[in-house]
Write a new protein. Structure first.
Length: 273
């Protein structure tokens, strides 16, 4: 959506920094939060950690595939498309499960729309062309209903963050939008005035939560060190505090089958093109 103290022992390994890619996160105080998370992971790993942020999933994925990152928090869509080169590192737990949904939202003033078909000829906001919840799923849901997505709305545009989809719909810039349900629910906690300007129309089936991934050529030592640092966050006081700010319960190893639904959507979309 989504999107981490160095002491004497750490300095011995200072030549190796874990570089973790992120897209824009939803927290209003994201700079201070990311510094705290970065410091926490550096202390846990006893090696420096540096978060590298980019605006889009494509930019982050390209950096990872090109060797400029060691790990990245991306969406299930680019993970599925690059599974031969990428490996699951950890999957966040939201409401106790490694799952989330895509939400279809409209302005709060729109009391009549009940499904995406009711938005014919309207302006629609997507988040990112490499987002499952913010692009892939809504496209495929229309195809399944016999709707041609590219000719259904009067206009579509990408906001590049899920928060900005919510803002576009709340402000009336778009009459509908597709957003990550986890982001919408988290914004409801942190910025209730923003989500109050929208109305939830429908929810998608459950999908595997956007994962943290690594390239398959990462050393096993680095892989397990980074995975264990994430998995143990929920058992450490500072880790739990950071997770609470992320509105997450923890991380799990995850299974590739979590992304079967995304893979099926990719096949449908590619078959329709």
């Amino acid at each position: 959506m989504a999107c981490l103290l160095m002491a004497g022992n750490l300095m011995a390994n200072s030549e190796k920094t874990y570089r973790i890619g992120l897209t824009a996160v939803i927290l209003t105080d994201q700079t201070s939060f990311l510094k705290e998370w970065q410091d926490y992971l550096s202390s846990s790993l006893r090696r420096p950690v540096r978060f590298i942020q980019r605006q889009t999933y494509e930019e982050v994925t390209d950096l990872l595939l090109g060797g400029d990152l060691d790990a990245a928090w991306i969406c299930g869509y680019p993970y599925v498309r690059n599974r031969e080169q990428l490996e699951l590192l950890a999957v966040p737990l939201f409401n106790g499960e490694p799952l989330y949904r895509s939400y279809l939202i409209v302005p709060a003033t729109d009391t009549g729309s009940r499904e995406i078909a009711d938005l014919k000829g309207k302006v629609f906001a997507y988040s990112d062309p490499n987002s499952n919840s913010g692009f892939l799923y809504p496209q495929v849901s229309m195809i399944r209903e016999g709707i041609e997505p590219n000719h259904f709305f009067s206009k579509t545009f990408f906001t590049w963050t899920h928060r900005d989809v919510v803002k576009a719909v709340a402000d009336g810039v778009a009459q509908g939008g597709a957003v990550d349900g986890y982001v919408w629910e988290t914004l409801s906690r942190h910025e209730p005035a923003l989500t109050a300007g929208t109305r939830l129309v429908s929810k998608s089936p459950l999908f595997g939560f956007p994962p943290l991934v690594v390239r398959r050529d990462i050393s096993r030592e680095d892989f397990y060190a980074l995975r264990n640092a994430l998995l143990k966050m929920e058992s450490v006081t500072e880790g739990r505090r950071l997770l609470q700010r992320l509105n997450l319960d923890g991380f799990t190893e995850g299974e590739d089958s979590l992304y079967d639904g995304v893979a099926e959507s990719v096949r449908i979309l590619e078959g329709a093109q």
